[in-house]
Design a protein around this ligand. Structure first.
Ligand code: URA
Length: 279
């Protein structure tokens, strides 16, 4: 491993230490024997992964912003995965309750000023499927729960359509407080809040993370591409996979595009069915 890669690795580990993650695991099966690597695994072999570019302003300083660097760096660094812990250690990490407690009555950014309730997340703490949205809207702010408005009703329908129940999955957002007027969260708000999302993902360790819309997938994967380019493909996130799809609110505004959501949910259903068969 050359010095530049070593330095990137140090920074990555340091970042996670600051988040309170102390244990790291190496997936030995893919250490140096692996040759040039196909970085994010696309379901369609011909699909181009998002560019392994430098982190954008939106993603700089956040954990997944390291992921494109890791992809660019080669298999040695990509071999490191927070999800590679053996099952016994998997239970040793912090719980969602720990993370919620740490979030407290958060005033780390300006979004606290206009919120009624923090919307931490809801669902099965051991879910195999996690949905990540952008940020709470008015209904969510009112109730303190994610995706309970019209977009949430569509999400519920889609979850049922693939044979699951809302309580089987976990649902959360990139930012935990409603941005005023439902605007897109600003880069510094995402930077401040997203470590809590990453810790939630680490605590749950799902098989699949479904990002709803561009801000969610940009944050989780640390890329800056638009949703059109990324949606419908599978990408590595440790030992989990990430699939991005269009935000349900977009479908409410553009009902003719619902087939996009259905296509992607079929992929979710098929992926989980195949994963369950393997275990
Ligand atoms: N849109 C989101 O991105 N998240 C919610 O919780 C509700 C609507």
């Amino acid at each position: 491993m050359n010095e530049e890669l070593r330095q990137q690795l140090r920074e990555w580990i340091e970042f996670y230490r600051e988040l309170g993650v102390e244990e790291f695991y190496v997936r030995r099966s893919v250490l140096p024997q692996e040759s040039a690597a196909p970085a994010p695994r696309a379901e369609d072999a011909s699909a181009a992964p998002p560019a392994a570019s430098a982190p954008s302003d939106v993603t700089r300083g956040m954990a997944p912003s390291v992921l494109p660097t890791l992809r660019a760096a080669g298999p040695e660094l990509r071999a490191l995965s927070l999800f590679e812990a053996p099952p016994a250690e998997r239970r040793a990490g912090e719980s969602l309750e720990d993370i919620r407690r740490d979030l407290g009555d958060c005033h780390r950014c300006r979004l606290a000023e206009g919120r009624k309730n923090i919307v931490f997340g809801e669902g099965n703490p051991r879910a195999e499927l996690v949905f990540v949205g952008e940020g709470p809207g008015a209904d969510e702010d009112e109730q303190g729960l994610p995706f309970v408005g019209r977009a949430g009703q569509l999400l519920n329908r889609m979850i049922q359509w693939i044979g699951m129940r809302r309580e089987d999955v976990y649902i959360c957002n990139v930012v935990k407080c409603r941005p005023p007027g439902n605007r897109t969260p600003l880069p510094d708000e995402i930077e401040t809040c997203s470590p809590f999302l990453f810790r939630q993902l680490e605590a749950i360790r799902p098989r699949l993370i479904c990002c709803l819309g561009a801000p969610a997938v940009r944050t989780v994967l640390g890329v800056k591409e638009g949703i059109t380019k990324i949606r419908g493909r599978f990408y590595d996130y440790g030992s989990a996979q990430v699939l991005a799809t269009v935000h349900p609110a977009y479908i409410l505004r553009n009902p003719r595009e619902e087939k996009l959501l259905r296509e992607d949910f079929e992929k979710i259903r098929d992926f989980l069915a195949a994963a369950r068969q393997k275990t």
